[in-house]
Design a protein around this ligand. Structure first.
Ligand code: NAD
Ligand code: ZN
Length: 380
């Protein structure tokens, strides 16, 4: 396959390794095709010798698809504990059930958990590792694009409450993140496209080359071409690792990762977390954030057109019905609001951002209405 981007992916199949270093942890995020097949070797190297007892936390579906290479890599197969798939299982009751299974299976302070799955499995397993016997080690083995480019990195773990998403949790970094890009081959296309919206976000906020690569190679990326996808995952991971390394606890810079998420979260809430995948809501939210950026002169018309065209190219984004005012009202409960001030992330050209604190509800209503008008036009 020929790539016409200026960041041609390496032809070698050597995995990429990206470091994340924060005041509380330092670890590698390894990205490559077929990494699950050499997992035991990789873990032994990472732990400097003998492996402790290893427990895999996963769902029956993911285990059915990906147990073979993982199990075959171990001389002594790990114990597997299951959690059903789905966001509705991301709750405290699941953590208790998993902890009980761990205890009954003899997991101790030295045991190692492997989180094999998407963001739901990763967030729960990370939280379980944070509190089981007051904290044990774990490794993220992300199998969705969203988990590989976003949720597996950065140490945020937790579960939902009925009152809201991710309201219980802790920071607990994994020992490593090992992203086998082969696993993306079995992802439903909508999940792949939703994850690509987070990659576009990374391009917009931080990496103009990634943005251009995605502009120039949509067919290869959307067809799941391994080299093209690995290029996108690696660049997106670099953005997240770089940002988290500079601001672990989201006191400043880490907020830039929230581009498109202010209205994105509101859209998810307004549609009952059912109609859109997270990445799809972020796609619409990013379009609205681009309109705000344009109105404030932070991007030119041409840049705004490019950002919106790229988001739509990796669609389709499902349409939904909501009033702009309702969406904006829902942004007021966003966790990122500190002391009543709304931190809002603007695109500053392509590849940079500006965080502002004076975006008014009226401005957001205008942008949300522009987004809804575009949705109507596309659906017409
Ligand atoms: N911790 C963080 O920093 C962070 C960041 C972003 C999102 N999140 C969380 O991530 C979660 C969403 O993650 P997600 O989008 O990965 O959803 P998910 O974990 O629900 O996975 C989506 C679906 O894909 C299936 N699946 C997973 N891997 C597969 C594969 N290789 N082949 C086929 N099917 C596969 C799963 O069983 C599930 O049905 C949310 O709970 C969100 O709050 C956390
Ligand atoms: Zn997101």
């Amino acid at each position: 396959m020929r790539y016409d981007g200026d960041t041609v992916p390496p032809q070698s199949t050597r995995p990429a390794s990206i470091s994340l270093t924060t005041p509380s942890a330092s670890y590698e995020i390894v990205i490559g095709a077929g990494l699950l097949a050499s997992l035991e070797k990789c873990l032994t190297k990472l732990l400097g010798g003998n492996l402790p007892r290893v427990f895999v936390v996963t769902s029956p579906e993911i285990w059915g698809l990906w147990s073979q290479p993982l199990s075959a890599s171990f001389s002594d197969p790990p114990t597997v504990i299951f959690l059903p798939s789905g966001e509705r299982h991301k709750r405290l009751a699941s953590v208790e059930a998993l902890a009980q299974q761990l205890a009954l299976a003899g997991a101790d302070r030295d045991s190692l958990l492997l989180a094999l799955g998407g963001g739901v499995i990763g967030d729960i397993t990370g939280f379980l590792a944070a509190i089981y016997m007051r904290g044990i080690r774990y490794i993220q083995l992300p199998t969705t694009l969203l988990a590989q480019v976003d949720s597996a990195i950065g140490g945020k773990t937790g579960v939902n409450l009925l009152a809201g998403k991710n309201l219980i949790g802790s920071f607990h970094h994994p020992l490593a993140v090992i992203a086998d890009t082969n696993t993306l081959a079995t992802l439903p296309p909508a999940e792949l496209r939703a994850g690509l919206q987070e990659a576009i976000k990374s391009g917009v906020i931080y990496d103009a080359k990634l943005f251009r690569f995605m502009e120039q190679n949509p067919d290869a990326i959307l067809a799941g071409d391994p080299a093209a996808l690995t290029r996108v995952v690696t660049a997106s991971v670099r953005v997240k690792a770089d940002v988290v390394s500079k601001d672990e606890r989201e006191s400043g810079l880490r907020m830039v990762l929230n581009f498109g998420h202010t209205l994105g979260h509101a859209i998810e809430a307004a549609t009952g977390y059912k109609k859109l995948l997270h990445g799809q809501a972020v796609g619409w939210g990013s379009i609205a954030a681009t309109y705000v950026s344009l109105a404030r002169g932070a991007v030119t018309q041409k840049e705004a057109d490019r950002i919106i065209a790229l988001i739509l190219r990796y669609g389709p984004l499902p349409s939904f019905t909501a009033k702009a005012e309702k969406l904006v009202a829902l942004t007021s409960s966003d966790k990122k609001n500190r002391s009543g001030r709304r931190a809002y992330v603007l695109a500053k050209g392509i590849g940079a951002t500006e965080i502002v604190y004076d975006v008014t509800d009226a401005e957001l209503v205008v942008a949300a209405n522009e987004m809804l008008a575009l949705m109507k036009k596309l659906g017409a």
